[in-house]
Ligand binder design. Structure first.
Ligand code: 5AD
Ligand code: SF4
Length: 524
């Protein structure tokens, strides 16, 4: 469905955060209405209207796209796989690192109308961008011409998400053939914005970030038939010095616990057995329910309440911020077997000096205290993290401290990134930038070290048996794949005819740094 692009995350995949850039293996049934409803009838104004939606970025973005698709399908639009076949072409974009933001401008370049190709405004900057993206081809023999020729007129081209929020109306300047720019907090306005365009408006925008309408009464068209994503908190009130999220997604807004629980109940009834609670800082959740109107839940209480919903077998949550991570969350995991034994706790750096420059609000030692809480838990908890190398001023000694943190914590997976300077962020102006080449060197060292840690850790699991939710079927006969509660990928053999969506027991026979291999030994 034109989603799940790898946005160039330099990462060690496997037990890490699910959903980012991970495509499903062939054969996985996709796209059913979240609540199992039939597609709504088309109204006369949108009959025959089609949309193409491509997503770049994190799983918050993937889930936002599910919401956008839900909004459009509810209005009678039909999703298509090729931009050529669509009346409305939408790119939902992440801007957390520069690469993803670049990708959307490259896509927009492909849709440049023929007359724009020869316009004078195809300036040096544009040409430079084309060279970077398309390897130096000139407009005349531009490889995307095919698309432009096929694209035909009358299409609505829109940019959604963080890049939309960040660049705002400047997108119209850079790509005048774009007619819609809409940030993540305004998706519910999308149908209205599209109506305005259909009525002849040349350009429309939805760029508010302070709305709290983000979640309620939406119809979400979920792409994964077993795992339902659910945003419980939008935006971010932290102010990490490298991060655009507070600018693009606005301040924190939490959704009322009663409304979350009602949706989880509906999801369970519709056949979902796994839910993943989402938020940039999911554990900073602050229930807005007024005391007079019901129970005001802490994040750990909400987790427990979701875990107790009948029909729900797995509860995941991401991403947790170390500052708001407490013993109560570990206790909730201990007492509720349905809460998965996996915590993604981004550290970013192992050096307190760099953490301070990043404004992360904790020291290395304080972070390690949170890790100790998890290591002391009654059942093993898989821990994964994000790290940034080459932050301005990061010395060789600081970097060594990041490496020693890997050894100390023994993560099951690490998403590692080269520092990428982002617009508006405080770190943009910091001295002592690290050269790209050096960032690359540090990243490679970090990944090698972590790969070895994962290899050793996974080898220890050989001979053990795990419950696996089957979510992939290989083209090869008898080959299946799925995830454990700890979010490890397991590839396994089974002669069964149909297993997708089932929970099965798999005995591990061999291990790799990013996945386990095994054989099905029973059902659960
Ligand atoms: N440069 C590199 N990585 C970044 N991240 C966020 N902002 C930047 C940036 N400017 C990483 C952090 C975060 C993850 C989602 O992306 O590690 O946890
Ligand atoms: Fe960005 Fe920091 Fe907020 Fe995470 S906690 S979204 S890194 S500002």
């Amino acid at each position: 469905m034109g989603k799940s692009f790898d946005i160039g995350l330099e990462r060690l995949t496997g037990a890490g955060v699910p959903g980012i850039g991970v495509t499903q293996d062939g054969g996985v049934p996709i796209a059913k209405n979240a609540l199992g409803e039939k597609p709504p009838p088309q109204d006369a104004s949108t009959a025959g209207s089609t949309f193409y939606l491509e997503t770049f970025g994190c799983q918050m973005n993937d889930h936002d796209s599910e919401k956008v698709a839900g909004v459009l399908v509810a209005r009678g639009y039909r999703q298509v796989d090729e931009p050529e076949a669509a009346k409305v072409i939408l790119y939902n974009t992440c801007s957390i690192r520069e690469k993803a933001a670049q990708k959307v401008f490259s896509r927009l370049g492909e849709l440049r109308p023929a007359d724009e190709l020869h316009r004078k405004s195809f300036n040096t900057e544009d040409a430079e961008e084309e060279r970077r993206v398309h390897g130096g081809s000139l407009p005349g023999n531009h490889p995307s011409l095919r698309k432009i020729v096929n694209a035909g007129g009358g299409k609505i081209i829109g940019v959604l998400g963080c890049v939309a929020q960040q660049e705002g109306e400047e997108i119209f300047e850079r790509a005048p053939w774009v007619s819609l720019v809409c940030g993540s907090a305004s998706y519910r306005k999308l149908p209205q914005l599209i109506v305005e365009l259909e009525a002849g408006n040349r350009r429309v925008t939805g760029l508010d970030t302070d709305t709290d309408e983000t979640f309620e009464t939406e119809i979400t068209r979920r792409d994964n038939p077993w795992r339902a994503y659910l945003t419980i908190i939008e935006g971010c009130d932290k102010a990490c010095s490298y991060c655009v999220v507070p600018f693009t997604r606005g301040p924190e807004r939490s959704r009322a616990s009663a409304s979350i629980l009602e949706e989880v109940r509906q999801l369970a009834e519709a056949g979902y057995s796994e839910v993943q609670l989402l938020g940039q800082t999911v554990n900073s959740y602050a229930d807005p329910t007024p005391i007079s109107k019901g129970r005001n839940m802490r994040f750990s209480e909400l987790l427990a309440a979701v875990a107790e919903v009948r029909g729900i077998r797995r509860v995941r949550f991401t991403t947790s911020h170390p500052r708001d991570f407490g013993k109560d969350i570990v206790e909730a995991i201990e007492t509720h077997p349905t809460i998965c034994d996996h915590v993604h706790l981004p550290v970013q750096s192992g050096s307190t000096a760099v953490l301070r420059a990043m404004a992360r609000t904790y020291t290395r030692e304080e972070y390690l205290e949170k890790i100790a809480l998890m290591k002391a838990a009654r059942r093993p908890i898989s821990i994964t993290t994000d790290m940034i190398v080459g932050f301005p001023g990061e010395t060789e000694k600081d970097f060594e401290e990041t490496l020693s943190l890997l050894d100390e914590v023994q993560y099951d997976s690490v998403f590692a990134f080269k520092y990428s300077p982002r617009p508006n962020t405080p770190s943009l102006k910091m001295a002592d930038a690290i050269p790209e080449e050096e960032k690359g060197r540090r990243l490679a060292i970090l990944m090698d070290r972590q790969r070895e840690i994962q290899r050793v850790r996974n080898e220890k699991l050989v001979g053990e048996t795990f419950e696996v939710l089957v979510d992939g079927k290989s083209r090869r006969e008898n080959q299946w794949s799925g995830h454990t509660s700890s979010n490890r990928v397991v590839n396994f053999t089974s002669p069964e005819q149909e297993l997708l969506g089932d929970y099965v027991q798999v005995k591990v026979s061999s291990a790799m740094p990013n996945s386990l291999v095994g054989e099905m030994v029973g059902r659960t």
